[in-house]
Design a protein around this ligand. Structure first.
Ligand code: F6P
Length: 308
């Protein structure tokens, strides 16, 4: 029987849906009947902390045990019920021009005897996967990101769970917004993609949705809010994507600088917009940043099935 060792890792921002995907990769690879039928004996190892695990997972090195873990059917049996990633993750870029460690990754893949690397990730992690594939590594990429911003796929793991979080949180805000006749600006994640805000705003019935793909006018937003009040609204919910910006303005970022993939950490538009609305309309306005709550919690049914 042919022997094949596969390595699995999760990279980039965590989200719900990673653990179910790992579980079903392992269960399928280690299934005895499938192995017999394919005349191939698989074994699976988990690489911890994304690509960092393949930089530090040298079998002869001091960190091997910390970054490489054998995966069995028994170990992963209950993983599909849990959010986040049991393998850990990091935003490590082995091709970082300031510190290129791609040769170390290639050498460790060989030393570990990996025939295949299965990478669960978004644009950054799968971008690295694509470069490794060009360098001759057998790679399977599984798309995941709450942003749903990957080309070549209609769905990314984690998106639907994040939408459920947005919907539930806006439902909660409605009662307090209505009680106090307040406007709430709810900031979602999504980087430069508006999918989370758009579909989250639709499923929660937001009054206004603002996305990065279209710059908005604060004046128009204020007009619509005042029109809503004249029509009898007690309160309004605005869902704004973290990457949205007013026409002529700039995106808001939480801190200066970029990560090793060149991304800024976006955030802050909700609070800035709430202040402008309160000033422009005279209506009491609060903001809520959903932030990493959108990435947390147990995966919803859709993200457990992962029918991409
Ligand atoms: O890409 C997923 C994402 O959650 C984005 O929506 C967000 O901009 C970013 O990650 C936040 O990253 P971090 O986990 O580094 O705060």
């Amino acid at each position: 029987m042919k022997k094949v060792r596969i390595g699995i890792l999760t990279g980039g921002g965590d989200c719900a849906g990673l653990n179910p995907a790992i579980k079903w990769v392992v269960k399928t690879a280690l299934d005895e009947r499938l192995q017999r039928e394919g005349d191939t004996q698989y074994d699976a190892i988990g690489i911890r902390e994304g690509w960092k695990g393949l930089i530090l997972g040298d079998p002869a090195g001091p960190d091997f045990k910390e970054y490489v873990v054998p995966l069995s059917q028994e170990l992963v049996r209950t993983w599909d019920r849990h959010g986040g990633t049991m393998l850990g993750t990091s935003r490590t870029n082995p091709y970082d021009p300031k510190n290129d460690l791609s040769k170390t990754v290639l050498s460790n893949i060989e030393k570990l005897g990996l025939e295949v690397v299965i990478a669960l990730g978004g644009e950054d992690t799968l971008g690295v996967a694509s470069k490794l594939s060009n360098a001759g590594v057998n790679i399977v990429g599984i798309p995941k990101t709450i942003d749903k911003d990957l080309p070549g796929t209609e769905y990314t793991l984690g998106f639907e769970t994040a939408l459920n979080v947005i919907t539930e949180e806006v439902d909660r805000l409605r009662t307090t917004a209505g009680s106090h006749k307040r406007i709430f600006v709810v900031e979602t994640m999504g980087r430069n993609a508006g999918w989370l805000a758009l579909e989250g705003g639709e499923s929660s019935g937001a009054y206004i949705i603002l996305i990065p793909e279209y710059d908005f006018s604060v004046q128009r937003v204020n007009e619509l809010l005042l029109a809503g009040r004249r029509a009898g609204n007690r309160y309004e919910i605005i869902v704004v994507a973290e990457g949205a910006k007013p026409a002529g303005g700039a995106q808001c970022a939480i801190r200066k600088g970029v990560d090793s993939f060149g991304h800024e950490t976006l955030g802050g538009i909700g609070e800035a917009l709430a202040a402008e609305i309160q000033e422009g309309t005279g209506l009491e306005t609060r903001s809520v940043v959903l932030s990493h709550l959108q990435r947390g919690g147990a995966p919803c049914a859709y993200d457990r099935r992962g029918e991409l």
